[in-house]
Design a protein. Structure first.
Length: 110
């Protein structure tokens, strides 16, 4: 099962809103995806695992988890871009069978 972590500053209200939207978006992909809410501190825990992060806050590259900016989805400015980035990374993960971390991750600033 693949895990998508939705991360905001406190891991409560904003992540709940984004988690709902992401769950609705990935539902057609099937039950092998799990969407969870998390905080930045959760990501730093050695016990926490995720295959993809959708975040409204800046995260360090050292986390080694592919990530997508959730801000366009939150603000409604270009939600389709966030969804496209999620789909692209999930396709890479599905194809590789492992995480798809690479320097050219969609959603990362160039």
């Amino acid at each position: 099962m693949l895990t998508i972590a939705i991360v905001c500053g406190a891991g409560i209200a904003t992540s709940a809103l984004l988690a709902k939207r992401v769950r609705e978006h990935v539902a057609p992909r099937g039950a092998h995806l799990r969407v969870v809410q998390a905080t930045v501190m959760d990501l730093l825990s050695p016990d926490f695992t995720a295959d993809l992060v959708v975040s409204t806050v800046d995260l360090p590259d050292a986390l080694g988890i592919p990530r997508v900016s959730g801000m366009p989805l939150l603000l409604g400015t270009r939600p389709e871009q966030t969804y496209q980035d999620i789909d692209t990374l999930l396709d890479r993960i599905d194809t590789a069978g492992t995480d798809a971390t690479d320097p050219g991750r969609p959603g990362d600033p160039a």
